[in-house]
Design a protein around this ligand. Sequence first.
Ligand code: NAD
Length: 474
Amino acid sequence: MSEQFDVIVIGGGPAGYHAAIRAAQLGLKTACIDSWVGPDGKAALGGTCLNVGCIPSKAMLDSSKQFWNLQHSFGVHGISVKDAKIDVGTMVGRKDKIVKQFTGGVAMLFKANKITSFLGTGKLLKGRQVEITAPDGTKKTIAATNVVIATGSAPIELPFAKFDGKRIVDNAGALDFKDIPKRLGVIGAGVIGLELGSVWKRLGSDVTILEALPDFLGVADAEVAKVAAREFAKQGLKIELGAKLSKAEIKGNEVHLTYAGKDGEKTLVVDQLLVAVGRRAFTEGLLGDDTGVKLDERGRVVVDDHCWAGVEGVWAVGDCVRGPMLAHKGFEEGMAVAEIIAGKAGHVNLETIPWVIYTEPEIAWVGKTEAQCKAENIPFKTGSFPFAAVGRAVAMNEPAGFVKIIAHAETDRILGAHLVGANVSELVSECVVAMEFKGSAEDLARIVHAHPTLSEAVHEAALSVDKRSIHKAN
Ligand code: NAD
């Protein structure tokens, strides 16, 4: 008979490992199957986020920011450095060490919580049986009362610009360049394109980002996108909008790009190309016959509001289901499902998921944009405040950007917050809490904010909704 568990989680990325740990905490006999193998040939839990996503990209963003500041920002402090140099090997090595620390950390947590870990690929069979194929091809089947699918996502590959891992790469490849590309092409001015384009630009690459859509960062608030575009241009990041790639050919050490630009067909020659045109749910080979689980037209597991996959005891969480492909959304879904399985209440509010882009300046938002409010006929008012008038931001030499709060015109309830500037990845949390507590702009305006801090921009933006900001003309 197959080994029996209370919960089997397929996938040990952010959504999966949260589900497994929470289930184990609640006293459920839990197994987690994950196929990720690290550069040392050993299991590396944590999925895309820990191995080739959130954490390594932040390590590289931080290293490259230090180098950039050394060359471009230290002067105002009276600090000068001659002949600043960067050793890419050391930088990438530091990133790899951080990754290993965190993937190892998940393995330790699994051990501490008595979670049985299987290295291999999981396939859901009928009757909540799961077949595991180990890296050497051997198979075994285990079973559970509940199966949580958390197989994540994979980069979308363009048929006319296939990844070769060297010249044409995805996010993982762009975190592991051995040298700084002289000319780096990036397809897609989305989250990955902007973050990794920034890394290599700061290190000295000539970076050109081609974006198919006519508007820059259409998902963000229009004013935020405008400020961000201005700051990126100042940094020398070239972003061409309305530029749809049609061909990428590797010729020797170069990649020759052909794309439809605003003024007709254009070409661009680069040394390396990062393709970052989005991700797709990773569900190939996941389902055996007659499981009853359905995939939608984008290959995502169809689930209800509680991540239930429509078959008794089968759930799905994270990037492989509807909703934004964000690690923290997966964390919450994983924990919520474990709690529901254990008979508790679990729920994730998709309306208050914060978004962050870790560029310079950082970009963050939660809730609705002005454009969405207009489209939905919601009456609204706004208040905003520039970091240029925040003492701490100016003292830090980071005056770019602003905070904008959108509140309902009649009830004053906060509908959205849009931030661009230094450390807004942290500041957005206050707005998320306020929204989750159904707070009003008045609530935020009456809360004491420490002085001098960047959070005063949130406070003043909230005051400004009612035209009573102190440090600017209303
Ligand atoms: P994305 O959806 O953010 O951006 C892809 C961009 O590529 C879009 O602007 C799209 O218009 C453009 N595009 C598509 N086809 C094109 C073509 N042929 N030519 C030119 N442009 C084209 O996707 P991403 O940046 O690849 O990121 C993937 C996912 O990973 C996203 O869901 C993102 O939220 C997530 N992610 C999040 C973070 C973070 O939270 N900071 C970081 C990295 C990735």
